[in-house]
Write a protein that binds this ligand. Structure first.
Ligand SMILES: Cc1ncc(COP(=O)(O)O)c(C=O)c1O
Length: 351
């Protein structure tokens, strides 16, 4: 559809400004040189959604602009959401609540009885969130029985004369998906202005709101690139179905006839490693590489695994060096300031 028509359809959606947009698009020339230079490595543009500013930034700011608007429209007083202890989404929800004058309650799944107040969890506390912990039933997936706790929180808020607005894990709902439809429009317009047609866009894929928005956005804008999602956790069949459902919910909200199928929602499962939040060797190397060439910080749970895919493809010679590729940096750096990361990265700190 014409970009102006899509812009109008997005502008008609309730939205509060929480993010610093547009985010920069960085031409990573030193990285390209480090990967062998223009004869072997494509041009790499990094879309800096780690710099959305909200509560130290990240992809969730785009989703939260639409989710918080819906919460306010419903008269909510309290944002409630779920995630792992180092959830970037939870941290940014707590930050968004501060900006919108709302309370926040986070229900976080943890493998330990008393998680250290570090990284995202420290920031949750700084933003004044009330935090409830749920014991993880599967550490690899960071899942636990959080639904019952969320239900109790909603009841307690009501009993206290307040109204909870529950944001699904990762902000991944039809409304949240609008964030990356809008984000795609921002990127596609910038690429057109630069007269660049990248062949691929790499990104990390978790709860799938980003994927749903990117895939719907790419369809609606006729984006030049193919999406290359890199999964960071298992559970693909259920997640593909969620992405399809929420993308089509977003399409309905925008009033467009387009619909996605499961075939539109590919992710590479080859970079997960041992499980969610467990850094791989390739991810640790990717963190060092990008920090030392471009002074850009990846995170060990999401973006480093996606970046490792891009680096692996360059080294394997599967990308045409005359192409341009985009890496969508979705944030996550607070997880660097955790004991788990320091222990994993430790030997490299000495070099
Ligand atoms: C830094 C970072 N990158 C990527 C993602 C994945 O986004 P989504 O959950 O929309 O798939 C997340 C989600 O928490 C994230 O925190």
């Amino acid at each position: 559809m014409p970009l102006a028509a899509l812009a109008a359809a997005i502008a008609a959606q309730p939205r509060v400004r929480l993010a610093a947009l547009p985010t920069p698009l960085h031409d990573a020339t030193r990285l390209r040189d480090a990967l062998g230079g223009p004869t072997v490595c494509p041009r790499i543009l990094i879309k800096r959604d780690d710099l959305t500013a909200l509560g130290l930034g990240g992809n969730k700011a785009r989703k939260l602009e639409f989710l918080v608007a819906d919460a306010l429209a419903q008269g909510a007083t309290t944002l409630v959401t779920t995630g792992a202890t180092q959830s970037n989404h939870a941290r940014m929800t707590a930050a968004a609540a501060c900006m919108a004058g709302l309370r926040s309650v986070l229900v976080l799944t943890t493998p330990s009885a008393d998680p250290a107040p570090e990284g995202n969890l420290l920031l949750d506390r700084l933003f004044g969130a009330t935090v409830h912990y749920v014991q993880a039933t599967d550490a690899m997936l960071a899942v636990g029985d959080d639904e019952a706790v969320v239900a109790r929180v909603v009841d307690a808020e009501r009993a206290a004369g307040r109204q909870a607005y529950v944001i699904p894990v990762g902000g991944s709902s039809g409304i949240g998906t609008l964030g990356y439809v809008a984000g795609t429009l921002e990127l596609v317009e910038r690429l057109a202005a630069m007269d660049v047609r990248p062949s691929r866009l790499y990104y990390a894929s978790g709860s799938r709101g980003t994927q749903a928005g990117l895939a719907l956005g790419a369809r609606l804008t006729g984006a030049p690139y193919a999406l290359y999602g890199v999964a960071v956790s298992a559970g693909e069949p259920e997640k593909v179905e969620r992405a399809r459902r929420i993308a089509n919910d977003a399409a309905e909200r925008l009033g467009v006839p387009d619909r996605l199928t499961r075939e539109d929602l590919f992710t590479d499962q080859g970079f997960i490693g041992e499980g969610y939040g467990i850094p791989t060797e390739a991810a640790l190397e990717a963190i060092a590489l990008l920090a030392r060439t471009e002074a850009i910080l990846l995170d060990p749970t999401y973006t480093a695994k996606a970046f490792a895919a891009l680096v692996g493809h360059v080294r394997a010679g599967t990308l045409d060096p005359s192409d341009t590729v985009v890496f969508l940096h979705t944030g996550g750096a607070p997880a660097l300031f955790t004991d788990r990361f320091v222990r994993a990265f430790g030997p490299r700190l000495a070099t």
